[in-house]
Design a protein around this ligand. Structure first.
Ligand SMILES: Cc1ncc(COP(=O)(O)O)c(C=O)c1O
Length: 400
């Protein structure tokens, strides 16, 4: 079976490919052809260092890297100098926690939630230790959504930043960003969205979202690994400190001290992941011209097929809301360990993730050690879902 997007994904053409039913897209998606082609071209035809060479190859590499930055900026509807290439979402959020957070004072407050991936929790805990700030946590409701009424009670004039996930990597719940931004604006707090799971559903329109920081990873939106993006408003970046010091990020260095380059260079010390960034630009350009409502309808239909199948099996508990979710479905089977379930599914050629998904506080919230997570992509088809359901039946037989 093919989908309208299958032809763009080279992995599907590999004979006897590993894990033919790939349902671990929340961890890493497969690479799209234009990103792979751009990556290979960058490594073969343009390989040279950037922003320093005067030779043709170096200039072409620099132009391609900056064109990738412009492509990301255009897709996100922001300015190129507001796009910082990072190694991924984790790096992007750490950069904010360090570079922006370093200016916070004791008494300032950052709000996170119990839904967060460790990438959007641990950096803030580290900041709280360093700067003596207060860290407050938005609770999660029974359906695995943020409790926004509790959030609105929690936010106050001490709040400097609200750092929340755009969509959960466990429950699939999508955050009501407009409501979060309205509450934050009322107290002059900034908003950071962890877009790791949401960005592949279509590049975020950052102008419309009205947030201040956005972080995402290339490998979760059909691009290369080892590359991601931090976006922040120009005025916010202008005041931010660098996290890494070294080549490329300076204006002037003397033996007694250094001054910083303007953003984005200030935050890109050393040789950047040039080919990966060029590949990411191609992935985001590809994504931005897709029919997003058709993609959403495809993911929704297959998620419903999966949820319906799961509902028919009584031993199964599904985390997450019925509506307002992406195609990320975490389940438990009474009496069976998530890793064992993932192993049985693997025997059926179905790749899923078993464990805490870097969300231990969320597991604590539901009193679980872990879950088994199935996550969809545009190249997922009905056969993948049916293979997963058959594997789950086998897991129930073998493990309970
Ligand atoms: C919601 C969320 N945030 C952050 C991350 C971290 O992304 P990366 O490992 O690419 O930095 C992930 C990865 O699973 C995620 O799902």
């Amino acid at each position: 079976m093919t989908t309208p997007w299958s032809a763009d994904f080279p992995f599907l053409a590999v004979p006897d490919r590993l894990s033919p039913h790939y349902l671990d897209n929340a961890a890493t998606t497969q690479i799209v052809r234009p990103a792979l082609d751009a990556l290979v071209r960058a490594e073969v035809e343009l390989r040279a260092n950037v922003h320093r060479a005067v030779h043709a190859r170096g200039e072409a590499a620099t132009a391609a890297l900056e064109a990738a930055r412009s492509a990301v900026a255009a897709a996100f509807r922001v300015q190129g100098e507001e796009i910082i290439f990072t190694s991924g979402t984790t790096h992007a959020i750490n950069l904010v926690a360090y570079g922006w957070g370093q200016r916070l004072q004791p008494g300032d407050r950052v709000i996170v939630s119990a839904l967060e991936h460790h990438a959007n929790l641990v950096p803030w805990q580290m900041l709280a230790e360093r700067r003596g700030i207060e860290l407050s946590v938005v609770p999660v409701d029974e359906d695995g959504r943020l409790d926004l009424a509790a959030f609105e009670d929690l936010i106050d004039h001490q709040t400097r930043l609200v750092a929340l996930t755009h969509a959960s990597n466990v429950t699939g719940a999508v955050t009501d960003v407009a409501r979060v931004v309205a509450a934050a604006r009322a107290v002059d707090a900034l908003v950071l969205l962890d877009g790791a799971q949401m960005a592949r559903h279509g590049p975020p329109d950052l102008e419309a979202l009205g947030v201040d920081f956005y972080a995402c990873s290339g490998h979760k939106l059909f691009g290369p690994t080892g590359i991601g993006v931090l976006w922040a408003r120009r005025a916010v970046l202008a005041d931010m400190l660098p996290m890494l010091g070294g080549g490329s990020m300076i204006r002037r260095v003397t033996l007694s001290g250094s001054t910083w380059a303007d953003p984005p260079r200030r935050f890109e010390a050393g040789t950047p992941p040039i080919a990966a960034a060029i590949g990411l630009g191609a992935a985001i350009s590809w994504l931005s011209v897709q029919d997003h409502s058709a993609m959403a309808a495809h993911e929704h239909a297959l998620t419903e097929r999966l949820l319906e199948g799961l509902r028919q099996r009584q031993q199964i508990r599904v985390l997450g809301p019925r509506r307002g979710r992406i195609g990320v479905v975490a389940i438990t089977i009474e009496g069976a360990h998530p890793h064992d379930i993932a192993q049985v599914l693997d025997q059926h050629g179905v790749a899923v993730r078993g464990g805490h998904h870097c969300c231990q506080p969320l597991m604590d919230r539901f009193d679980l050690d872990g879950t088994t997570r199935l996550s969809l992509a545009p190249y997922t088809d009905a056969a993948d879902i049916d293979a997963a359901l058959a594997g789950i039946d086998d897991a129930i037989r073998q493990l309970t």
